[in-house]
Design a protein around this ligand. Sequence first.
Ligand code: RP5
Length: 297
Amino acid sequence: MMPLLFSLDDAHSLRTPLCRGLNADAGRLERRRFPDGESYLRIHNEVTGRPVLVLADLSRPDDKFLPLSFLCDTLRELGASQVGLIAPYLCYMRQDDRFHAGEAVTSRTFARLLSTQIDWLVTVDPHLHRYHRLDEIYRVPSTVVQAAPLLADWLGERQDPLLLVGPDAESEQWVAKIAARSGHDYVVGSKVRSGDRQVAVQLPDLSAWHQHTAVIIDDVISSGQTVLRCLQALRAQGLNRVDCAVIHGLFADDIEQQLTDNGLRRLITTNAIAHPSNAIDLSPLLLAPIRKHLAAS
Ligand SMILES: O=P(O)(O)OC[C@H]1O[C@@H](O)[C@H](O)[C@@H]1O
């Protein structure tokens, strides 16, 4: 049976390519808020016995998780044969430890809650730092898609000599893969975070790469402080041509002007989260894992 694909956000740029690539019908979802702020949700398709895909942009998740839960639960109540979640950005991955007594390890709790709502999960480069695999916290089958080949191919088209720069140890998992595929050199810095927006980045000696264009690579830009401090550290060493490629553009703060004022030439992101900086379409990488889960469930 042809799958049905619902998107919590009608404008998600992955909706049409995924429907086309999977030969899926676009589901019709009616959503509004009652005057008191509670969610109203109605599914306008017959879902009984059909495999259903839910595409969700999970940036700013606190507003989205309840509507997502209502949707998935209703799909199951109405008899969908499976409910698979495509969450190109998987939220609540960064609080992966109890750093201070009494803190909520929100990654674990969120994973536990979400796992009760869905049959499987496909996501792109979740922030796996202290966890190494999603199944350490998720209780449903999952596939992690890596955006590295698409970023590497995008960089591979560049003619100027590039130095890829990971701002911190965590970023090495992404920058090393992109460097290996694109054939560019890379270095990794070290970062100390003393607050949500207090970040210091140190880079190794870069005198061997003065003629290169630096490209900062990271998985997430949130406040933008990591990229900003990395940019400043590069310029302090005389690397004045600096671009940046990030997988998930959360843009929690209005940082872009500040980055431009500090000399950043270009910032690009994937379309995991819709933003004017989107330059890389993830859909070619998502189709095969989604088909695999559809067939296995
Ligand atoms: O510095 P901001 O943009 O707030 O946060 C993003 C950084 O925080 C880390 O978890 C990410 O891997 C990235 O390096």
